[in-house]
Design a protein around this ligand. Sequence first.
Ligand code: ASP
Length: 396
Amino acid sequence: MIIFILPASRGGAERSEAEGRVTKKENNSPLSLHALRVDSSPARGGAWMAVLFALVLGACATAPEPAPRWSIIVHGGAGVIERANLTPEVEAQYRASMQRALDTGGAILDRGGSSLDAVEAVIREMEDDPLFNAGRGAVFTAEGRNELDASIMDGRTRAAGSVAGLTRTRHPISAARAVMQNSRHVMLIGEGAETFARTQGLEEVDPSYFFTERRWQQLEENLRANTLPIPQRPAGAPPAPRAHLTWPDDHQFGTVGVVAFDTNGDIAAGTSTGGTTGKRWSRVGDAPIIGAGTYAQNTICGVSATGTGEFFIRVSVARMICARIEFNGESAQEAADSVIAEVGATLNNQGAAGDGGVIVLDGEGRPAWAMNTPGMYRAWQTAGGEPTVQIFADEE
Ligand code: ASP
C-alpha cells in the first residue's frame, strides 16, 4: 500500500443531504491525505510512475494555503436562528460577543499562549455572557434549576476533563480543566464534581447568579407545551416582570464551544452548556461527553459540537469527524458534512431528526464548520487573517 497526497475537492455553499439540510463552507483546506490501495507489481511500475506524476502535478496546481501560525474557531450555539426573528439590536449584540471571543482567544494565541489557555479563557468569558446557554444565561431544567455541563480536551496528550450537573460553580469549563489536570479521572458529576471544584479553589456563586428572565420564560413556555407544572421562580431571582417579554431569537440552543490551534501546533477543544430547556431526571447531553460534543487530537483535528445532544451522543459526532479525517483521509470539511448529515438522518423514538452543528480545525489549524439548522453563531480567525463572524446558514 502506498499513500499519496491528493487535492481535496473544494466545497460549495449549500446542499441537501440525507434528511438534513447541510450547510458547508470550505475554509482554506485545499489538500487532504487520501489513502489509496495500489497494486505495486513491478510490471505496472511505469504506469504507476505516470499516475504518481499526474497526481503530484494536480497537487501543485492547487497549491495548499500554508498552515496558519495559529487559529481559532468559536460557536455560540445552533438552532432556529432566522433574520425574521432577530432584531438588529440583538443580532449586533451576538456579533459583538462573537468578535470579543475571537479577540480574547486571538490575543492569547498571538503572544504564543497555549490552545488550552485560549479555549478556557474564551469559554469563561462566554459563560459570563447572558446571551449564551452556558454559565450565566443557561437554560432551566423542568424543576427550575440550572445544571451546567462542560468538557475540555488537550490534543497533544489526549488528556480530557469533564463535569456534568454543576449548580454553583461559576465557570464549569475551569472545573473541567481542573478534572483533566488535577485528578485521575475524566468525568465528574453533580455534588461530587462541585466538591472537587471547591477543593480546586474555583469560584462558587449562588445558583440565582445563573438566572435570566429570558431563559425562565422559555422554560415556562416549554413546560406549558408539555403540560408539565411550572415550578416556583428560584430563590434570589428578581421578581417576575409585569408583562410577558418576548425574545426575538427564541431558540433553545446557545451552547458555546471553542477549538484553538497554537504556535506549537497543539490543538485544544472545549464546550460548555446548560443543556436543553426543560430537561428532567438529571439528563446529560453531549457537551460533557468526550467524543460526542468535544474532541481534540494533534495533527488530526479538534471539534466542538452544538445541537440536540442525544443525537450527537448516538453518532459520536466529535470523535467520528476526527476518525474520518484520520482513517478515511477526508478533509475537515468533508468529515464535518458527512457526520452532520448522519445526525440529520438519525431519528429519535418520536420520529424527530437530529439537528445542530459543529466547528472544526484540521490538524494544521484550518477551520471548517457544518450545520443542518437555519443558524449557528460562529466565528473564526487565523493568524494574520481577517476575523469572520457569521450567524445565518446562507451567510458567505
Ligand atoms: N448540545 C447541548 C445539549 O444537548 C445543547 C446545545 O448545544 O444547545 O446539552
